[in-house]
Write a protein that binds this ligand. Sequence first.
Ligand code: NAD
Length: 296
Amino acid sequence: MSARVLAGPPAAAALLADAAARAGRLPTSPHLVIVCVGDDPASRSYVRGKSRKAGEVGLRSTVHALPESATQAELLALIDTLNRDDDVSGILVQLPLPAQIAEAAVLHAIDPRKDVDGFHPLNVGELWAGRPALTPCTPAGIMYLLEHYGVAVAGARAVIVGRSHLVGRPLAALLLLGDATVTVCHSRTRDLGRVTREAELLVAAAGSPGLVTPEMVRPGATVIDVGINRVLGADGKGHLVGDVHPDVAGVAGALTPVPGGVGPMTVAQLLANTVRAAELQHATRAHPEVAGEFVR
Ligand code: NAD
């Protein structure tokens, strides 16, 4: 038996087509602003990829590149300007930030209606309160992928390995909203395999290459591999591998590949969030009396 491959690109294309259609119904094209500080090559490459994809689906994007030496006050002043600019729909601050800048202060400063990463405490709280508005891109992208491939979530026993604010926690909230029974595992979980073997839907988001082995997987389970790990192959070259061992394909019913699984969903969801943010702002401008329902 070999697992059905849940490829990211077709699902990402469907999500982008939907986002582009919604963008077309707005009076102006949504505008994503990406702020990066420093010149980490990996971050720069992610930023280029996001901008290119935005252009492909007819969204505007602008990159503000601050030097590695930028102060927190400079970054907060830029965010304040972007918050006030009606022509800016979404603001993304590329993480990680240099040590002199407190990440929390920056994430708190972004207008929640422009918070396309979904990391502002108001958006985190709304998600856990069951009223998701702008939700983190990787978990929201995973939910779209599951829906695209018709994977049942309601009533399913879901196990997530990883409890980060980026992936594990918000995904737990979204799966709960989808009526799954959710268990979140982490580095202190005892007998991880015993817990993961219960999962009909298993999500690996630990950042540990090959962590999930075949004996940890219930036969026929759907396995979502979020991990992106750079390892040195036998050929001496760098390779991208997930958190799921390749032999799991012989046990799982369905499996996302790495690369080409969750990764494309994350970028697509960022653009979908930018359109959602533009919709929220448009609704607020058209009906100022309802603004308080989103931003208190
Ligand atoms: P993180 O380091 O913030 O969190 C990892 C989590 O996994 C922690 O909660 C930790 O307790 C848990 N963990 C680590 N080792 C474990 C083990 N042996 N057993 C059980 N739990 C363990 O990482 P993150 O930001 O959530 O990212 C996780 C992985 O997902 C990384 O490989 C990252 O590159 C990848 N990622 C991919 C995408 C994408 O778009 N595909 C997006 C975000 C993150």
